[in-house]
Structure formats: C-alpha cells, structure tokens
Design a protein around this ligand. Structure first.
Ligand code: PLP
Length: 337
C-alpha cells in the first residue's frame, strides 16, 4: 500500500511500483515487461547517451469521483512520439503498442493515482531512445521504450500566482528548420542555461522569439503561448519551431466551443500590448497566467491581476473539469482504464 500524504504531494519524482520497458531488436518490439528496479543496465556506446537519439512524452491519468481512472488523450501523445521518432530516426512505437503500454503501467500502479478530491494526478512519462551501440554517428540498431509514472499534486493548491516571463535575447530554443516541433531530448538540455539565467534574474519562465529575426513570438521553454484579446480572440503562434502542445489543442477546442475566435497564426512581438491576458500552457499546469513580460530593459504589463484573468481562468477550469470528469467530455478525450 502507498503511504503518500496526498495533501502535501508536490512535483518531484516519487518511485512507484514499477515502470514498463520494451526493447526493439531486429525490426520488432518485444512484449514489454513491468520492472521494479528504476535503474537500467545500458550499453556504454548507446546512441541515446552520446548523440541525443532520444525523445519523450508527458501525459496524465486522473481518478474521477467514481474512482475510475481515465487517461487524457494518449493517442495524441502516441502520434507525437511517432513524429519525434521519425525526425531522429528511431524505431517507431506503433500507436496500439503505446496505448497498451500506458494502460498496463497505469493499471500496475493504480494505487498511485491520487484521489479525485486532491486535484492531483498520475504523471506519465514515456521515453524512447537509441540503446544500441554505435561509435560513428548513425542511428542505433536497437531501441528502448520506457514508460514511468509518478504521482503529482494539484499545482494551484495554494492559489494561482501570475508570473513574469523573460524574453531570451541571447539564446534560441529551436532553429526555424531544426527540431523544435518534436519532443527530442536535446531541445531541453539546450534550454537549461537560458532557463537558469532567467531564474538568476528573478524570472521563472523564458519566452523564446523566432531565432531568425527575433520578431515573432514562439513559445515558452516547455509550454505554448496563448494571448487573449479584448474582443475574445484566442491567439497562439503558428511556427515550424513550436512544439504542438496537446493542452493547447484541447484549449483551442474548448475556446471555440465557448464562442472565442481561435487564431493559430504568426504573432509579431509588437502585438504583445494587444493581449489582455497571456498564458503558458502544457500538461504539467494546464495554464500558468503571465502578467508581465520583460524584454531587455522594457517591461510589458499584460494585466495587474495577480492570478488568472477571466478568460484564461475559465478555459483552465473547463479543461480541468473535463479531465477530472466533472464536466461533459464532448470530445471523448478521456480514455477509461
Ligand atoms: C511538452 C511541451 C509543451 C506542452 O505540450 P503538452 O502536450 O501540452 O504537454 C509545450 N512546449 C514544449 C517546448 C514542450 O516540450
């Protein structure tokens, strides 16, 4: 039995009963095994270690009030992982295998899915990497696919706090025709340094502009950009270098359903003052409200609110309610276990 205090649960890694692990060799995936030991035995020349032939995913399982566990839109993560795999030449994980793996590992760790009343969830982290040995730069001949799970708490337990974003002027996240649109491991290692520099200056989140001209808004380090205008437009950047967020996709559908005009288009930074609300969206938090944006010596104040504005607050609550089963899931996003 788990001995977790759900009320104080944060966002760190907590070891659960097991992860699931599959190996790809000679063109086929094995049947996968549930493994208790969180340590891997890995070849010293694995391409995932040397050349970043590696990619990951992030999704969540929620316990509804009935006690039943639902996984949020796992087929979208399966599709995105397939695009990541193709871009860095890894063996593809078929969607059926991915879905089966998610279900098996959540089922085996079902005790770790927090009760509905806590607002917590089970974070699911799939990982695919080249585990075969190569010394020269070439794709591996063997791959490992893992899914680990760890329970996470309600991010806004102590209330929502709007944050200030820092525009990265010295470093880029992704090149226009690079790997920004897929979830490959290397994108995140390269954002650690600019992320830390922002933290050192007192800003918790980095906003990246397009790397060719520094003219257009792209996204935050690990979340997409949403701007809301006074005339109820939901604006989010369209760019080859942005990672297509499943949270953003879901929020766009909800926004449309609620009568907003949804615009996915190029967004010049000069439009920043036309937004009455700005948010950063992703699986971990759903939406973080951004009330100020700092670029060089300029501070752009989006709003004086210390929490959510009315629009992003409503969209955030709507998506959370669908995920936790408190509101109708018109879109059939929840996959029951
Ligand atoms: C994972 C990620 C997101 C959020 O995607 P979700 O599917 O909503 O979790 C946004 N931007 C980047 C760069 C990411 O890596």
């Amino acid at each position: 039995m788990t001995k977790i205090n759900w009320d104080t649960l944060g966002f760190g890694y907590i070891q659960t009963d097991c992860h699931i692990r599959y190996q790809w060799k000679n063109g086929v995936w094995d049947k996968g095994t549930l493994e208790k030991d969180p340590y891997l035995k890995i070849h010293v020349a694995a391409t995932g270690l040397h050349y970043g032939q590696s990619g990951f995913e992030g999704l969540k399982a929620f316990r509804h009030e009935s006690g039943q566990i639902h996984i949020f839109r796992p087929e979208e993560n399966a599709k995105r992982l397939a695009r990541t795999a193709e871009r860095v030449m890894m063996a593809e994980v078929p969607e059926a295998l991915f879905l089966d793996a998610v279900k098996r590992v959540v089922e085996a760790n079902s005790e770790w899915v927090p009760p509905s009343s806590t607002g917590g969830s089970l974070y699911i982290r799939p990982l695919l990497f080249g585990s075969g040995a190569e010394v020269g730069l070439s794709p591996a001949k063997e791959y490992t696919f893992i899914i680990l799970v760890t329970p996470v708490g309600n991010y806004y337990k102590e209330g929502v706090k709007a944050i200030t974003a820092f525009v990265s002027e010295e470093y880029d996240r992704a090149a226009p025709r690079g790997t920004g649109n897929v979830k490959v491991a290397g994108n995140y290692a390269s954002s650690l340094y600019p992320g830390q520099q922002a933290i050192d200056r007192g800003f918790p989140i980095v906003l990246y502009l397009d790397s060719a001209e520094q003219k257009y808004i792209e996204e935050f380090g690990t979340s997409n950009f949403i701007g809301i205008t006074a005339d109820r437009r939901y604006v989010t950047p369209s760019s080859q270098a942005v990672l297509p967020s499943i949270t953003n996709m879901s929020l766009m559908a909800i926004a449309e359903h609620e009568g907003y005009i949804v615009e996915r288009r190029v967004v010049p930074f000069t439009e920043i003052s036309s937004f009455t609300e700005v948010g950063a969206c992703g699986t971990a938090v759903v939406i973080s409200p951004i009330n100020r944006i700092v670029r060089g010596d300029k501070v752009y104040t989006i709003s004086d609110s210390s929490g959510f504005g009315p629009h992003l607050g409503k969209l955030h609550d709507h998506l959370k309610a669908v995920q936790s089963g408190r509101m109708t899931d018109h879109w059939k996003w929840n996959l029951p276990l």
